[in-house]
Design a protein around this ligand. Structure first.
Ligand code: SAM
Length: 329
């Protein structure tokens, strides 16, 4: 019996944050003012937890953070996860979301360790704009090299995530259309969500799905194509067949009804929604000497109580105390 919540949604997709350290300070995410307070567990703890999730029906694991590639032993974790089998006996789908800064040297070892795919976050295709958003000089060239190394290593399809913010990069939509075609990657634009440390989110900073589509239409004509019901992104293909892009619109077009995701934070807490106000402390059970059976019961309890939906933009919306860099995006 797979993991299922009270609304009948089957949970197949686990995101594990393996650190809340990051080498970037993206304006929509991290202030960088948190000092030296970081939380990460030995990779063996994430592995034990992952094994139990998989025995309960998880088929896809995405490693994230913080910046997951800052864990130097990440290939060892990927290698161990690649040995796991789903309840149907198949290999897991294993992905990483990364800012790509260290990917040029790690793409090949990660592929060899058993990684299936990589998503690279990239919010501009212009070095100066890129530096203004990430607040790190000279990152663009490193990320581009990482993206190309991933493609060459066969970590395909390489996806690029781009968060659009008014006043920073909304004019990059068309440039990304060209970039996706030139580089053979799928770009997915993401609406800015209120999960940032700086508390700067306002509805008018969000570039909505409709505006993204209007801007892209100025680059080239495209049409919508079908997507998996549980996919976060809407998919579009250019009419001439050369390339595609996606839009993840949690603010203006929420997809909570089809959500198949659950998250494990870097300090071992289960979150059933990005916007959860409550977490389930899996690490505490593990540290108290809990058996696999006891850990499994807590996971099932958390899933059963998954929130029906988020309430972004509604009166009374409460931004969670933890932000994206700590939750894991
Ligand atoms: N450091 C890695 C990276 O940059 O991809 C992984 C962690 S990052 C938190 C994961 C994803 O969340 C990135 O694609 C990032 O752009 C996105 N993200 C962070 N804060 C966000 C926000 N407030 N709204 C929407 N997406 C956000």
């Amino acid at each position: 019996m797979p993991l299922q919540d009270q609304f009948g949604r089957v949970i197949r997709d686990l995101r594990i944050s393996i650190t809340d350290r990051c080498n970037y300070r993206c304006v929509y995410c991290r202030t960088g003012n948190e000092g030296a307070q970081f939380a990460e567990l030995p990779l063996a703890d994430y592995l034990r937890m992952a094994r139990i999730f998989v025995a309960l029906g998880i088929t896809k694991i995405r490693l994230t953070g913080g910046e997951p590639l800052l864990r130097r032993d990440i290939s060892d974790l990927v290698r161990a996860l690649a040995q796991l089998r789903t309840t149907e006996g198949a290999p897991l789908e294993l992905a990483i979301t990364t800012n790509g800064h260290l990917l040029a040297e790690l793409a090949r070892p990660l592929k060899n360790a058993g990684l299936s795919r990589v998503t690279v976050s990239m919010d501009a295709v212009d070095p100066e704009r890129f530096a203004r958003i990430t607040r790190v000089p000279n990152g663009y060239a490193a990320v581009l090299a990482g993206l190309r190394a991933s493609r060459e290593a066969g970590l395909s399809p390489v996806k690029v995530n781009c968060v659009l913010l008014r006043g920073f990069n909304e004019d990059q939509v068309e440039a990304f259309g060209r970039f996706a075609r030139d580089e053979g990657v799928t770009v997915r634009f993401i609406e800015f969500m209120p999960l940032e440390e700086g508390r700067v989110w306002k509805p008018d900073v969000v570039i909505p799905l409709t505006e993204i589509l209007e801007r892209m239409a100025r680059f080239a004509p495209f049409h919508e194509v079908a997507h998996e019901p549980s996919s976060t992104a809407r998919h579009y293909r250019f009419d001439d067949g050369l390339g595609e892009f996606g839009v993840i619109a949690p603010v203006t077009l929420p997809f909570c009804g089809a959500c198949s995701r659950i998250r494990l934070t870097c300090d071992g807490k289960i979150r059933t929604c990005l916007f959860s106000l409550r977490e389930h402390d899996l690490l505490a059970v593990l540290r108290a000497g809990g058996t696999d059976e006891e850990l499994a019961r807590l996971i099932e309890h958390a899933v059963a109580n998954k929130e029906e939906r988020h309430h972004i933009g509604e009166p009374g919306f409460v931004q969670p105390g933890r932000t994206m860099v700590h939750i894991g995006g």
